[in-house]
Ligand binder design. Structure first.
Ligand SMILES: [Zn+2]
Length: 311
């Protein structure tokens, strides 16, 4: 089996062996030994020729693969291509386009697009606890290339207040810690303050710009405002940590992805936030965290494309 890969080049070599791919995923999926996803039994038999397991108990769906119960479930794409895609998304600073994945892994662009969305789903943070200490909040607009889009696509775009064909996004970051992002309907008080209260512990130091929507948070937070019309930094009062995050995000979106529909924007935010929040980890650790993220999640094609959201 050899040692686990630490670089892209080692990953390519390592995951070209289907046994290494399977063993890597199995070790994460079933750290205490393979169990039947239907009945939980450990009485399972491995079928090497098919790389499947079969449960010895009497019930339907006796055979199962390592992809079951993960975002990869039902995917006909091999683990080798999945793992290489995860390696690249986890470790490419500005993200990877579906065209690059298509070329590098030998799948169609449409397949690569769907794979990327599933990987982003695996990267979505399961929020636990609130941000605290010194926290910055800021908003930005993403998008705005609707004029070049097909009419049908343009119809589906969200039109929030502020930038006409742009989508409003809020970012909240704990200095030295994690960032959290959300697509918001607008930059009004209720939309922004709801997110602040959801993600920031009361009593924290909170820094924002002079946008009126943040007025009224001083009762719960040590809220200090930097008026960007006057200065960008006043001692500890600034939102530079978020400014840096926004520039990373925008470089990825405009440079790598060209255009992102508002419905899918949260996934790109999740992807960029994941890399940011794991910025101190090694490539191998970020990859490992991504593979762990696939477990216990499902994402169907309908969910990705929003067909089930057409209410
Ligand atoms: Zn069973």
């Amino acid at each position: 089996m050899g040692t686990e890969p630490k670089t892209l080049q080692e990953a390519i070599v390592y995951f070209s062996d289907p046994d290494n791919c399977l063993n890597y995923v199995v070790a994460k999926r079933w750290p205490n030994g393979v169990t039947c996803p239907t009945c939980g039994s450990t009485e399972v038999r491995f079928i090497p020729t098919r790389r499947l397991w079969e449960c010895k108990a009497k019930h339907a769906k006796k055979q199962f693969s390592a992809k079951i119960g993960t975002v990869l479930e039902d995917s006909p794409i091999g683990l080798d291509k999945w793992l290489m895609t995860m390696w690249m998304v986890a470790n490419c600073k500005n993200g990877v386009s579906s065209y690059e994945i298509s070329r590098d892994c030998g799948v169609t662009q449409r397949t690569a697009w769907f794979m990327l969305h599933r990987v982003r789903d695996a990267m979505q943070e399961r929020f636990s606890g609130k941000l605290s200490g010194e926290v910055e909040v800021d908003e930005t607009f993403i998008g705005g290339k609707a004029r070049n889009m097909h009419v049908g696509k343009r119809m589906r775009r969200i039109t929030g207040t502020g930038g006409k064909d742009k989508t409003a996004v809020i970012g909240i970051v704990e200095r030295g810690g994690k960032v959290r992002t959300a697509v918001v309907p607008n930059r009004k008080k209720s939309a922004l303050q709801t997110e602040v209260r959801k993600h920031v512990e009361a009593g924290s130091a909170l820094y924002s710009d002079a946008l009126q929507s943040y007025n009224g948070l001083a009762g719960e937070y040590a809220h200090q405002v930097i008026d960007h019309a006057v200065a960008y930094v006043d001692g500890a009062v600034h939102t530079n940590t978020l400014e840096n995050f926004w520039s990373l995000l925008k470089r990825g979106i405009s440079g790598t992805y060209v255009s992102v529909e508002p419905f899918h924007l949260f996934r790109y935010l999740d992807e960029q936030a994941f890399r940011y929040n794991n910025r101190k980890a090694t490539d191998a650790e970020r990859f490992s965290a991504t593979v762990e993220g696939i477990i216990g999640r499902r994402l169907t094609y309908e969910q990705v494309t929003g067909k089930l959201h057409a209410e």
